[in-house]
Design a protein around this ligand. Sequence first.
Ligand code: NAP
Length: 246
Amino acid sequence: MATAIITGASQGIGACIAKRLAKDGFDVVINHYPSDGDKEKALAVAGECRAFGVKAECYAADVSKFDQCEAMVKQVKADFGSIDALVNNAGITKDGLLARMKEADYDAVIAVNQKSVYNMLKHVCSVMMKQRHGRIVNVSSVAGLYGNPGQVNYSASKAAIIGMTKTVAKEFGSRNITCNAVAPGFIHTPMTDVLSDDLKAKMLGAVALGRYGEPEEIASVVSFLVSEDSSYVTGQVIEISGGLSM
Ligand code: NAP
């Protein structure tokens, strides 16, 4: 059975991806931030994944921490035997206009959204290299493609992920490892629930489909990118934004 690790999978898009990959037949590794609340939510996600007849286990790790990622990947390899797919999904926002943005808020977003991707790639790629097979999907954002006022930290982290995706695709292509990114637009999750009604209405005005996306609509594209159907797709950024930009 193939194994997929999904970071930040206790809720939102990550939880949805975990359930979709379980439905596809992957054994799933549900990474969650090390807190009691996240653990409880992750355990519920694991239960839903197991209903598809696969193995599903929760692993606590703050993915912004190199050592915690190393320990988690080592444990997953020992428990599952292989790591066939990695979805770098964990992310946070700490918004504010550049003029007012505190250095700590810039650094925190870069650490969780960008450094985490390095931390996970560094350890997972060495496993995948030995297997001579792997599928990696990094969750970027339309903010990384086009920028977004109030998100200089977030857009920097999400743009960086795109550069990392293309580089890893080039470095590991000869080992049969693909690496792609998805760039979601406005998706219904706890991350966007907190936005003001005014801002939500303004954002939707620019979406061709005239509605928010659902986490399932991100999970279905990730499902394709970790499947054999995408075997000749690598280094690409797939925007999933309902036609935000054309
Ligand atoms: P979400 O509901 O806030 O989920 C993010 C998950 O990541 C949470 O479970 C969170 O745990 C976890 N996480 C945060 N920091 C972590 C850390 N250091 N270590 C491990 N896990 C950590 O957000 P979402 O909307 O599903 O977003 C998922 C991804 O999609 C993110 O990368 C986000 O940037 C991207 N995205 C979302 C949208 C959107 O419209 N929703 C659009 C574009 C891109 P806690 O709850 O404990 O923080």
